[in-house]
Design a protein around this ligand. Structure first.
Ligand code: HEC
Length: 157
């Protein structure tokens, strides 16, 4: 392949990548949620937020039991959402893209791992998982809630 052809190919590839990133970045799910889903999700988020605050102080003061029980509660809020009616689940699936569901699962999985690390009284691991969970808040909010959290709109990694 000639150098000029290579350059064209590279430019094309970059354009495609830039395009997919830009569509990924601007995809707020909030306008597509039913009132009930919105309510359940906001309730879950507020519970997650206060659990994260409690975990932070418990982690830095070595209260492993408290870290474990709060992390377990975050994990279980996922279960709470699983108790939605069939219709709610359909509504949810049609409102959110696959990437959202994947991030949500990963997030709740991290919470389960954090509970494990706390049971092992492993502070360094708790710290790493806590940071990964924070990454996950930012990733989901910047990608899917940029309408409400406009300060995160251009934070796509
Ligand atoms: C998989 C996606 C996802 C992840 C991960 C996520 N959030 Fe959210 N969060 C949302 C969505 C969607 C909303 C907006 C819900 C709405 O307004 O209908 C939201 C809203 C919120 C709100 C506002 C709640 C309210 O009362 O309106 C808070 C606080 C919040 N999130 C905290 C967090 C924290 C803290 C984390 C990480 C520890 C986190 N979220 C992780 C999707 C996510």
């Amino acid at each position: 392949m000639k150098l000029s052809e290579k350059a064209t190919l590279l430019a094309l590839t970059l354009a495609v990548v830039a395009f997919s990133l830009s569509t990924l970045a601007a995809e707020p799910v909030t306008p597509k949620l039913t009132d009930k889903l919105s309510r359940v999700l906001q309730q879950e988020m507020r519970a997650i937020q206060s659990a994260m605050a409690a975990i932070h102080v418990a982690m830095v003061t070595g209260q492993h039991d408290e870290v474990a029980s709060q992390a377990q509660q975050i994990h279980d809020s996922f279960i709470l959402k699983q108790s939605l009616t069939e219709q709610d689940k359909k509504d949810l699936m049609s409102a959110v893209p696959e990437g959202f569901v994947k991030l949500d699962k990963e997030f709740h999985q991290l919470a389960a791992s954090l509970a494990d690390a706390a049971e092992q009284k492993h502070t360094q691991k708790q710290y790493e998982l806590y940071n990964e969970m924070t990454d996950s808040c930012i990733a989901c909010h910047s990608r899917y809630v940029s309408d409400r959290f406009s300060g995160l709109a251009d934070q796509e990694k």
